[in-house]
Design a protein around this ligand. Structure first.
Ligand SMILES: Cc1cc2nc3c(=O)[nH]c(=O)nc-3n(C[C@H](O)[C@H](O)[C@H](O)COP(=O)(O)OP(=O)(O)OC[C@H]3O[C@@H](n4cnc5c(N)ncnc54)[C@H](O)[C@@H]3O)c2cc1C
Length: 395
């Protein structure tokens, strides 16, 4: 091991000995633990205040948690520094007077090397390398949620809205580039004043089930890395408490909390003729597939919507015919228009690729029809995007 190495955790890099590196590592751990403890204590207080109906608003809650983290980290750091300074001084003295080892053995990484002169360098080793309290970077939570702010909302039709949201560097969100890229969207009851990102494990322990933020899958419609902005199309439906209801009532300025990017299948777009089908929940994913197709592609896209007025702009290669299929007043999830239309499709004798995303029973029907076509399994991507449950919320 080289005598000096870079210690990166504290802002600018310092060349430090392995021994100092270990010390700094201990300090970093202490600081992290302190921040966590401070955060937990403040959260406990916050939950109590929610119970007493004296909840703070979002900004006050954020400020309180940040202050608690700072105080916890500073206290733990200062305690660890005192102990370490004392320990290092003692062990250094001990080292100076220790007899030379009888046979050469591998020293532990933190042991001083022959050229280390602690008599010269050890005065306040921690003071040399640890930045002043107040300038330390506080530990980040494990990132499994990205918190964006809703910037714009567009109505696509009576049943669908497009929500656009942004944040500097999209709060660390990275696209996986998949055609079916999707995220979990997390929604909390705004009356509870919870501040994202949500510590779901903790909230599940503390809150009744119906108050824990819910999360559901949503296709990433597009990402504009320059702005930077992300767009998701939501079907507006359901009771208060569902994400479908939230999407119809939320306003710009509210948070849009999303998971890191996911994808279910690697959709291959190498067919000669495409058959695409979706209800409103699947239209965003099918729209992305249409945009990804070669401009010369041939096929048909069946898009189920509530009525004839619900059509909106969907880009597609000129050789792929768009057919908007109206449910004609039937409730979502109760129509068979997609499977009915598929049965009567004239199909060319060429390699056919099928992609369908819709309500569970509709997908089952589509699957029955497609099985009769005897296609290569790798050319069919059918997935159920939601399940009709009579008026019930699903967590
Ligand atoms: C990979 C993937 C990508 C998806 N992408 C999108 C997307 O881009 N846009 C989108 O809107 N949805 C999308 N969905 C579907 C979405 O996740 C579900 O509709 C989800 O159940 C909605 O949650 P909720 O909280 O609103 O309703 P839930 O609590 O799940 O359900 C409450 C009630 O609403 C009904 N319901 C649920 N979804 C719908 C619906 N779409 N239309 C009518 N009634 C419904 C249920 O039957 C139930 O009665 C996607 C699903 C998957 C798996």
């Amino acid at each position: 091991m080289s005598k000096h190495h870079k210690y990166k955790s504290y802002g600018p890099q310092y060349a430090v000995t392995p021994r100092e590196g270990l010390t700094l590592e201990i300090l970093a751990q202490a600081e992290k633990a302190g921040a966590k403890a401070g955060h937990a204590v403040a959260k406990e207080q916050l939950y109590r205040s929610i119970g007493n109906s004296s909840a703070l608003n979002e900004q006050q809650t954020g400020e309180l948690l940040a202050a608690a983290e700072r105080a916890g980290a500073a206290a733990a750091l200062s305690a660890a520094r005192k102990v370490l300074d004392k320990t290092l001084r003692t062990s250094f003295k001990h080292y100076q007077h220790a007899p030379a080892p009888a046979s050469p053995v591998d020293p532990p990484p933190w042991a001083p090397t022959e050229t280390d002169s602690y008599a010269e360098t050890y005065e306040e080793p921690l003071a040399q390398h640890v930045p002043a309290l107040g300038h330390v970077e506080y530990p980040m939570k494990k990132v499994d949620q990205h918190v964006l702010t809703i910037t714009r909302i567009e109505r696509l039709n009576d049943q669908m809205v497009r929500i656009m949201a942004g944040a500097p560097d999209l709060d660390g969100y990275r696209s996986n580039g998949a055609i079916d890229e999707y995220v979990k969207v997390f929604v909390a009851d705004s009356a509870l004043g919870l501040v994202p990102p949500y510590d779901l494990r903790d909230l599940r322990r503390r809150l009744p089930r119906e108050q824990v933020p819910r999360s559901k899958s949503y296709t990433v419609r597009w990402i504009d890395a320059l702005v930077p902005e992300i767009a998701i199309d939501f079907v507006v439906h359901g009771e208060p408490g569902t994400i479908g209801h939230w999407a119809g009532t939320v306003q710009p300025g509210a948070p849009l909390v999303i998971s890191p990017s996911r994808s279910k299948s690697s959709v291959s777009l190498n067919a000669d003729y495409y058959v695409l089908a979706a209800d409103e929940a699947g239209i965003p994913a099918i729209s992305k597939a249409l945009e990804a197709l070669h401009p010369e592609s041939q096929g048909v896209a069946l898009l189920e919507v509530a009525d004839q007025n619900a059509m909106f702009d969907v880009k597609h290669p000129p050789g792929v015919v768009l057919r908007w299929l109206s449910r004609d007043g039937a409730p979502a999830g109760r129509s068979t228009v997609l499977a009915d239309e598929l049965v009567s499709l004239p199909l060319p004798h060429s390699r056919i690729g099928v992609i369908a995303h819709a309500e569970r029973s509709a997908v089952k029907e589509i699957s029955r029809v497609v099985q009769r076509w005897n296609l290569d399994k790798r050319a069919t991507h059918l997935s159920s995007y939601w399940t009709l449950r009579e008026g019930r919320m699903r967590r």
